[in-house]
Design a protein around this ligand. Structure first.
Ligand code: FCB
Length: 448
């Protein structure tokens, strides 16, 4: 066994998102979001479940912060619900909404935990969707107002801000294949959403800096593409470079624009937009779960990965293990991804999400022996170490998730937590993976 030690100052954290844990959907002036609407639409989520109650975190903040403190985490990545701050997405702030996050930030700081809020983890105020949603430019412009409001209130205590979580999902699951809210299936709208999400990021970075923010960035979920070279290039374009390139280089990839001409001429990109998007950012947030394998398949229509992918199919090689999501376990994909970002873009990274769904619940002894999750975390944390050894500047690792929660369209059927939640009683039970992770944090490393 080798002991792997991480660089001094490496940050260890856990992550959650507002709609997945808070509950209290109708409380203290919170307005409806697209996820309330989507969950209430028959057939959209598992057993019609919603985040209306979720982990009741809104009322259990003290307990949850104490839980994190007991694990010894350095940081907590949570998200702010835009509809709590501006119930219909515009206008003055709702004081009770702002107070909730202000108190959370204070409690974290008091517990020695660095707050890392995400401004947008998918709960768009419904009023924007009623006016067209992310395919409309207005949504990006109003997002900057919201960023300025929360930035002014919290920046003095926030360690790192994340503007958006996984814009690929917002655009392509929300407006492309319809698996996520708002559930639209319009490729042209999905591409317009990509641009307006990128723009929203750039405008919000400027608003946050104006409000005194220190570190600002975005969380992406790049797909580590494996398989045939040409198929990989196609999907790398629509899944990865369509975000990396405007944000980090100030341009859209020409091959993506060309391959999507049958949907749109990209005239939604206005003069000055690319400069607005290409703001200096401090560290790129990376969410990683599993790679994607690709090959050519003549005659194949556009895949679920995104528009412009005609003739490409995804496949899964034999001999792999799968999580409860059906996602293949391959930790080397994380190393390859981090090294690739380092080489192609030269930016520092932080793992803002990584983890696995397994159904393991409490055994007869009352403990949760989730060895598969322990193995997943061990191999992926070691993979981050491999990337650092290969030269990548990786600043931290954030486990998804602090606790079991509302897994979007999969409802409460999929459990990603290192802490088990009994939804009937709201009892939290740290799983074996939480104990394992706590030791990794204490040792700033692990054995392999
Ligand atoms: C990511 C999301 C997060 C969670 C995990 C499993 O795509 O950002 O909210 O659902 O997947």
């Amino acid at each position: 066994m080798t002991q792997l030690t991480f660089p001094q100052g490496f940050l260890w954290g856990t992550a959650t998102a507002s709609y997945q844990i808070e509950g209290a959907a109708g409380e203290d002036g919170r307005g409806p979001s697209i996820w309330d609407t989507f969950s209430a639409t028959p057939g959209k989520t598992w057993r019609g479940q919603s985040g209306a109650v979720a982990c009741d975190h809104y009322h259990r903040v003290d307990e949850d912060v104490a839980l994190m403190a007991s694990l010894g985490v350095d940081t907590y990545r949570f998200s702010i619900a835009w509809p709590r701050i501006q119930p219909d997405g515009t206008g003055p702030a709702n004081p009770k909404g702002l107070d909730f996050y202000d108190r959370l930030v204070d409690k974290l700081v008091a517990a020695g935990i660095k707050p890392m809020p995400t401004l947008y983890h998918w709960d768009l105020p419904q009023s924007f969707e009623d006016r067209g949603g992310w395919p409309e430019r207005e949504t990006a412009e109003r997002f900057a107002d919201y960023a300025a409001i929360v930035g002014a209130r919290l920046s003095d205590r926030v360690h790192t801000w994340w503007t958006l979580n996984e814009p690929w999902c917002s655009a392509f699951l929300g407006y492309g294949n319809g698996h996520h809210a708002p559930g639209r299936t319009e490729p042209a709208a999905a591409l317009a959403a990509v641009h307006h999400l990128n723009l929203a990021h750039g405008l919000a970075v400027q608003a946050l800096r104006g409000a005194g923010a220190e570190q600002v960035s975005i969380v992406l979920n790049p797909t580590q593409c494996r398989g045939e070279e040409e198929a990989v290039r196609v999907v790398d374009g629509i899944a990865n470079r369509v975000f990396f390139d405007p944000i980090l280089l100030g341009q859209y990839p020409a091959d993506v624009i060309e391959r999507t001409q049958h949907h749109t001429d990209w005239s939604f990109v206005k003069e000055g937009d690319l400069e607005a998007i290409n703001q200096p950012i401090d560290v790129l947030g990376i969410n990683y779960y599993s790679p994607t394998w690709l090959r050519a398949k003549p005659g194949e229509p556009e895949s679920d990965v995104g528009p412009g992918t005609i003739g490409v199919e995804t496949y899964t090689p034999d001999g792999l293990e799968f999580t409860d999501m059906g996602w293949a376990v391959d930790a080397t994909g994380l190393t390859d991804l981090l090294v690739r970002i380092h080489k192609d873009y030269g930016i520092a990274t932080m793992i803002t999400e990584n983890g696995a769904a397994y159904p393991t619940g409490p055994g007869e002894d009352g403990e949760v022996h989730d060895e598969e999750r322990v193995a997943y975390l061990r191999s992926h944390i070691a993979a981050v170490h491999d990337a650092i050894e290969a030269g990548a500047d990786v600043r931290g690792y954030t486990a998804w998730s602090l606790m079991d929660n509302f897994e979007w369209a999969f409802g409460y059927d999929k459990r990603f937590g290192i802490v088990h939640v009994d939804y009937a009683t709201q009892q939290r039970t740290p799983k074996d993976s939480a104990k394992f992770y706590s030791k990794v944090i204490a040792d700033n490393g692990l054995d392999r």
